[in-house]
Design a protein around this ligand. Structure first.
Ligand code: NAD
Ligand code: TYD
Length: 356
């Protein structure tokens, strides 16, 4: 038995691969294009481990995907590969269309052909698990109930629109061709190996570097935070026991406004790595121009996953955020390697135009 993971050098895919190898003896083929967000440093502990087989390539490369499927005969494909950052999708949506929509389509086509060729039990047991986001549901009013799986799709950014399109393609491959698919829609993740363009790692990295902590708009936008290892355990559970064709929302019931997140990161850093001048890191907080089309609130209702598959997160926000801040303090080398010229170009592009 083997699984094929796409995007396994990214934040969530990388954590998934590490956890998979730690918890199972089943080999994992890891197909990743190594965009700016893909980082083999995150997988350095697997060097020389025959259970992990890394392949540098694109999910849209039909010939490559076909060959990998034929050679390795996976029992499941788990699709993490995506362009994932909303701000980048605002500056340049093209890559999002290419990978999230065209790439998922090409991957689905090859997986369908492969699955068609499987016989008996192997065909029955095969799964295509598509990893998606709560952002496809759009923005919630302050007092509205959290997103259930029945919530209508109302994506508002090029990122969420491209993910929504990929979800629809996955759904259609089940409905039309019978492909045994599963889809998970998860809330915002945080934890180790998170690229510091996203809120939590950016705040940690900037705070330690003595830089501004840029809060978009009034900082009252609400996100529902889940520790990445809990997302990985949910995916394993859905893969193991999810009902074919079903969608499962994944979340940790941790809704928090951005300002509270920034404050919590600062107080943890004040405790664990106090500034030499004795001031709090919160003094570095800066309000900057808001993101265009900024969704006000996301919240996930994860009761279906708990009720039907018995999944629950292991971490509270408090335990998860402490582990995360400590991880960044302990892994300065990983951070330094990430902060390359490429990263600096992005920071200049995204933050220079924002009035303080
Ligand atoms: P990420 O940006 O950190 O990683 C994406 C990975 O995919 C990178 O390693 C990149 O090199 C790879 N990749 C990009 N284009 C590719 C292509 N064409 N072919 C092969 N590999 C390619 O993203 P992430 O945060 O780890 O998110 C993983 C998945 O989970 C995405 O589908 C995302 O939409 C979804 N998701 C993310 C979050 C979150 O909070 N980060 C929450 C819910 C769902
Ligand atoms: P982000 O981590 O980009 O995730 P998403 O947009 O997918 O939810 O952003 C999380 C929240 O933090 C979002 O409301 C935007 C906000 N944010 C800031 O206020 N400042 C920043 O520098 C960044 C990157 C995000």
């Amino acid at each position: 038995m083997t699984i094929l993971v796409t995007g396994g050098a990214g934040f969530i895919g990388g954590n998934f691969v590490l956890d998979w190898v730690a918890q199972s003896s089943e080999p994992v083929i890891n197909l990743d294009k190594l965009t700016y967000a893909g980082n083999l440093d995150s997988l350095s502990s697997l060097e020389g481990n025959p259970q992990h087989f890394f392949v540098h390539g694109d999910i849209a490369d039909t010939a490559l995907v076909k060959r990998l499927l034929q050679e390795h005969q996976p029992r499941a494909v788990i699709n993490f590969a995506a362009e994932s950052h909303v701000d980048r999708s605002i500056h340049g949506p093209e890559d999002f269309i290419q990978t999230n929509i065209v790439g998922t389509f090409r991957l689905l086509e090859e997986v369908r052909a492969y699955w068609k060729g499987l016989q008996g039990q192997a065909a029955d047991d095969f799964r295509f698990l598509h990893v998606s986001t709560d952002e496809v549901y759009g923005s919630l009013a302050a007092d509205a109930p959290a997103f259930t799986e029945e919530h209508r799709y109302e994506p508002n950014s090029p990122y969420s629109a491209s993910k929504a399109a990929s979800d629809h393609l996955v759904r259609s491959y089940h409905h039309t061709y019978g492909l045994p698919v599963l889809t998970t829609n998860c809330s915002n993740n945080y934890g180790p190996y998170h690229f510091p363009e996203k809120l939590i790692p950016l705040m940690i990295v900037n705070a330690l570097a003595g830089k501004a902590l840029p809060v978009y708009g009034d900082g009252q936008q609400v996100r529902d935070w889940l520790y990445v290892k809990d997302h990985c355990s949910a995916i394993r559970r859905v893969l193991e026991a999810g009902k074919v064709g079903e969608v499962y929302n994944v979340g940790g019931w941790n809704e928090k406004p951005n300002l509270e997140i920034v404050e919590r990161v600062c107080t943890l850093l004040d405790e664990l790595r106090p500034r030499v001048d004795g001031q709090s890191y919160i003094s570095q907080r800066t309000f900057v121009t808001d993101r265009p089309g900024h969704d006000r609130r996301y919240a996930i209702d994860a009761r279906k996953l708990e009720r039907e598959l018995g999944w629950k997160p292991a971490e509270t926000f408090e335990t998860g955020i402490r582990k995360t801040v400590q991880w960044y303090l302990d892994n300065q080398e990983w951070v330094d390697n990430v902060l390359s010229g490429n990263y600096r170009d992005w920071v200049a592009q995204n933050y220079e135009g924002r009035a303080v």
